[in-house]
Design a protein around this ligand. Structure first.
Ligand SMILES: Cc1ncc(COP(=O)(O)O)c(C=O)c1O
Length: 367
């Protein structure tokens, strides 16, 4: 039996009546840009996360770019980022004219290694951008202490982490700004691209609102050069429907993770994803590691079991960053992770028998 890494058609079938009705309402009122569903969804997110401001934008990548600019990052600045992440984490820094400074990660949760962050701080450092990789946050108390001691802004790349928390405080609320992605494969996914910036700081929120409409305030008067980056009304309407189910989906993902933890523990040389103290993991991905990763990947592929390698090349080794003064050097933990990790199916609707197929396939590979 093939098992997909993710099957979004099941989610749509479950919610079809509500989603179709929400889309039909938008088509009928035809306020496709900044229609009322955008403000409604923003309010729902701000209430759910307990954050003062939530501003919808066109994607998670744009959320990072606008958030960096909104907190004052620009040309001449450096931003410390973990090297093991999706490209947009570092791409956004370059887009605002600043320089990403790559930091190695921890081997247990693949998040930024806070023992190394302080050594990366220079007079040019303006911000730290932690990534809550795979849905689990690093020690944000310690990260905030480091940032505060050096007067640095924290911009959270919470693209993979909606609903995650650290010591009871939700992802997005630890930084000066928090950035979410509604890319379809995220735990809360749109029917296309979408993103959100959250902040408790009214100035940051105001800056983002101006930046997302070309820098205009009032309309047609441009004090700064901004972007065309709004969350589509149709996407907001769909996301509002889905948001009501997010907590249930998170629980389902966590239950699947419990089963994997139990069944795959001690199998071969597998390293299972560690739940770190204080962090509430929402398992956007369940990522295992083995020295025989490529062979395991090939085996799963031949059996029709979905898997993906997040990520095969750390950011500091990307060709486009070759010219950066600090790129290229060795960041060994991330380099090893890139050779050993593979993410396996963990979507909420995955059935027990599908999960058994995945588990048995992995066990028989190591047998
Ligand atoms: C860690 C991380 N940062 C940023 C992004 C960018 O989000 P988007 O694809 O919505 O632009 C993603 C997701 O794709 C991501 O996983």
């Amino acid at each position: 039996m093939p098992v997909p890494l993710l099957d979004l058609t099941r989610q749509y079938q479950d919610l079809k009546t509500d989603i179709d009705a929400a889309v039909a309402r938008v088509l009928a009122h035809a306020k496709f840009i900044m229609g009322p569903e955008v403000a409604t969804f923003e309010k729902e997110i701000s209430e759910k996360l307990g954050v003062a401001h939530a501003i919808g934008v066109a994607s998670g990548s744009d959320a990072l770019i606008l958030a960096l600019r909104a907190v004052g990052v620009g040309p001449g600045h450096e931003v410390i980022v973990p090297t093991f992440s999706f490209f947009a984490t570092a791409g956004s820094v370059t887009h605002v004219g600043a320089t990403p400074v790559f930091c190695d990660i921890r081997s247990d949760d693949y998040n930024i290694d806070l023992d190394l962050v302080e050594k990366k701080i220079t007079p040019k450092t303006k911000a730290i951008m932690p990534v809550h990789l795979f849905g689990q946050m690093p020690d944000m108390e310690r990260l905030r202490r480091i940032a505060d001691a050096h007067n640095l802004a924290v911009v959270e790349d919470a693209a993979q982490a909606i609903g995650a928390s650290y010591k009871g405080t939700t992802a997005g609320r630890w930084g000066k700004a928090g950035c979410f992605s509604f890319f379809p494969s995220k735990n809360l996914g749109a029917a296309g691209d979408g993103g959100m910036i959250v902040s408790d700081d009214p100035n940051v929120a105001e800056n983002v609102r101006i930046l997302r409409t070309h820098g205009a305030k009032p309309k047609y008067y441009h004090g700064i050069i901004g972007y065309n980056s709004r969350l589509d009304t149709i996407q907001a309407a769909i996301l509002s429907v889905k948001l009501k189910h997010l907590d249930k989906w998170t629980e389902q993902r966590r239950a699947h993770a419990d089963v994997y933890d139990r069944e795959l523990s001690g199998v071969g040389d597998l390293i299972l994803p560690k739940r770190t103290g204080g962090a509430y993991h929402i398992y956007n991905q369940y990522t295992i590691a083995t020295a025989r990763r490529d062979a395991l990947r090939d085996q799963l592929k031949s059996l029709g079991i979905g898997m993906e390698i997040y990520y095969p090349l750390p950011l500091h080794s990307q060709k486009c960053f070759e010219g950066l003064p600090r790129a290229g050097g060795s960041l060994p933990v991330a380099e090893k992770a890139a050779q050993t990790v593979v993410s396996i199916p963990i979507f909420p609707e995955m059935t027990e028998s599908e999960q058994t197929v995945v588990i048995e396939a992995i066990k028989s590979f190591f047998a």
